[in-house]
Design a protein around this ligand. Structure first.
Ligand code: ATP
Ligand code: MG
Ligand code: MG
Ligand code: MG
Length: 589
């Protein structure tokens, strides 16, 4: 009777789950070959495993299989955000451009911001981020210090018209982000929440099974002061990270450079007279000037020329040119201007376009100027002084360079002393999967987001914001976990935890019965299992589950059943092993 009631329970669990967890009814769409536009392994494997399908550049459909992975990532993020005390809400993807004018960010954000007009000719954008919308929400809802602090977050689709969408979902145009925003009565409370988020992010990435590093970061276009990025360490990462193995120091190279003593960003402005085109500048000349060979120079780099100003040691003049380039010769087509420590506005006035960034980004006064308003690559300008540090792909530049070329471009070298005086720098590459910012009062001020303090006095709120690239994480996890047979997902985010592969499902009643019962049992135990009832060649079924990255595989065969055994193989195991039928559940859990 016990056995009977157990069988009944198992059957009802099976009834509840229906047929969805059978491969014949599911959607398995593996490919032998990856499409030719897939450059990195995660993109190739996501396509081959059938997790995503491309609709347009940087825009993908998540298949039922891929969505299972995405949702698992999302749920871990959600659970930890809730545990940390943040409140989930959902904001619209479409935002009125007016808000962006109010915050002052509209004109600055550049062409990554997708704008459109509605039928009444009103301007809208598809949200690349939601500081404006949340601040508008809070300024209308929160009046008193009693309602603070509050941290709201959402997991929502963003759109950024990336200049070079690539690497599949890792640099998509449409992507899923967790974005949280916190509001405080004072800076001390913002700092508390920032620490809380720093810890929470550590927990999230640990639970996701990723090897990651938190690094000090620049605040970029969002603005504000304190900021950390969380990077998944991977050779294909687009960011360079400088860290000190002997201390806790770790920074995005952008910042490692910026922190070093150099003239402050946007210091003294002295635009100089415009010069005529100097004609062609030979690569050797540039090489001599930079003290390094230009073999790594790529076509995306316009012409650079820096000179140390005699009267001001440590300063130099940056000559901005626009051109058309190949590896042997740089043809300077137009001298755009010559500056000494120009500010953004001056560059804008001179260039007629907005520089993405201008400023010393290193102790060696390396300048990076990237025009993010131009779609063309030829507005990318990089500079370095004669100390020998050469062109760099950091910051916006890296969006324009090929991965193979950025891979060895650096302006900090291994063994440099580091900024905290604790040892020597080491370098690695990372994929930015999270970013936390202390925004302070920048948005609250611009959007007039105030509260009444205990004395009844009006005060501007302090704000923090916290992003996680939910869809990017799926790609990043695969960059870290794969072998020649396919994906090796961390168990916490694999689309299924167990694949049951019966040998002769249609032919053998014993096999069918055993496989069905095992599926029902696993599902009843809350284990995500799928039964491969496709009755294909064993080799091709095995290959599919290895490609997809399912952590556990159980083969049900007549011979094993006779001895009461099942064959088990973990995704990372070299060999399969026979396990007693009754031990299987405990073994997997
Ligand atoms: P990146 O430097 O890679 O362009 P970002 O600094 O512009 O990223 P944030 O504004 O900090 O991005 O957004 C928060 C998070 O959203 C990032 O840490 C990243 O994980 C994710 N993200 C940003 N852009 C993309 C994208 N194009 N595709 C997928 N995820 C993205
Ligand atoms: Mg970006
Ligand atoms: Mg970034
Ligand atoms: Mg960022």
């Amino acid at each position: 009777p016990i056995l009977e009631s157990l069988t009944a329970a198992v059957k009802s669990a099976f009834f509840l789950t229906g047929t969805a967890m059978r491969a014949s009814q599911f959607f398995i769409a593996t490919l032998k070959e990856a499409p030719s536009d897939a450059e990195v392994i995660s993109h190739k494997l996501m396509m081959r495993a059938g997790l995503i399908r491309r609709l347009a550049g940087g825009i993908y459909t998540w298949t039922p299989l891929g969505l299972r992975v995405l949702r698992k990532v999302e749920n871990i993020v959600r659970e930890e955000m809730n545990r940390a005390g943040a409140l989930e809400l959902l904001m619209p993807a479409v935002q009125p451009f007016e808000l962006w004018e109010e915050s002052g960010r509209g004109p600055k954000y550049g062409p990554e911001l997708l704008r459109f007009k509605d039928r009444h000719q009103r301007d809208f954008v598809i949200g690349p981020t939601h500081e404006e919308v949340i601040t508008d929400f809070v300024r209308k809802e929160v009046r008193s210090y009693r309602q603070l602090p509050r941290h709201f977050y959402q997991i929502q689709t963003k759109f950024r018209d990336e200049i070079r969408p690539r690497f599949g979902v890792m640099r998509g145009r449409e992507f899923l982000m967790k974005d949280g925003y916190s509001f405080h009565v004072n800076y001390a409370d913002l700092e508390r929440e920032y620490q809380n988020m720093y810890q929470t992010y550590g927990r999230i990435f640990s639970r996701l099974g990723l090897s990651f590093r938190a690094v000090a970061a620049d605040t970029g276009a969002i603005g504000g002061t304190g900021s950390h990025e969380f990077h998944v360490i991977a050779a294909t990462g687009e960011d360079a990270i400088a860290y000190c193995p002997d201390s806790a120091y770790a920074a995005n190279v952008e910042l490692a450079e910026a922190l070093a003593p150099a003239a402050p960003r946007g210091a003294a402005v002295e635009p100089m007279e415009k010069k005529e085109t100097p004609g062609k500048i030979k690569c050797e000349d540039v090489a001599e000037f930079l003290g390094t060979a230009l073999t790594r120079t790529v076509k995306a780099i316009a012409v650079i020329r820096t000179e140390l100003a005699e009267d001001a040691p440590g300063r130099f003049v940056l000559l901005l040119l626009r051109g058309d380039h190949d590896l042997n010769e740089i043809k300077a087509q137009k001298v755009i201007g010559e500056f000494r420590f120009a500010r953004d506005e001056e560059v804008e006035a001179a260039l007629g376009c907005r520089p993405g960034y201008i400023g010393p980004v290193g102790r060696n006064n390396i300048f990076v100027v990237a025009d993010r308003t131009a779609a063309a690559m030829d507005n990318f300008v990089c500079g370095a002084n004669e100390a020998g540090y050469h062109l760099t792909g950091v910051n916006w530049g890296r969006d324009l360079l090929e991965p193979a070329q950025t891979a060895d471009i650096r302006n900090v070298v291994e063994g440099d002393p580091s900024p905290d005086g604790q040892g020597q720098l080491a370098l690695c590459r990372g994929i930015e999967v999270g970013h936390i910012f202390q925004l302070r009062t920048q948005y609250a001020k611009a959007l007039n987001c105030k509260f009444l303090d205990e004395q009844g006095k009006e005060q501007v709120m302090e704000m923090g914001c916290y992003g996680i690239g939910v869809s990017r994480i799926v790609g990043a996890a695969i960059e870290q976990g794969h072998d020649e047979r396919g994906i090796i997902f961390p168990a916490t985010i694999a689309p299924f935890q167990v694949a049951i592969v019966p040998m002769g499902y249609a032919k053998s009643e014993a096999v069918r019965e055993a496989a069905d019962t095992l599926l029902a049992e696993l599902l009843a135990a809350g284990i995500d299992a799928i039964l491969d009832d496709r009755d294909e060649r064993a080799g091709s079924m095995f290959a599919d589950w290895e490609l997809v990255g399912v952590p556990h595989r159980i083969v049900v065969g007549e011979r094993g059943l006779k001895e009461g055994k099942l064959e088990y193989k973990g995704r990372g195991d070299a060999e399969a092993q026979m396990l007693a039928r009754e031990d299987i559940l405990a073994f997997i859990q």
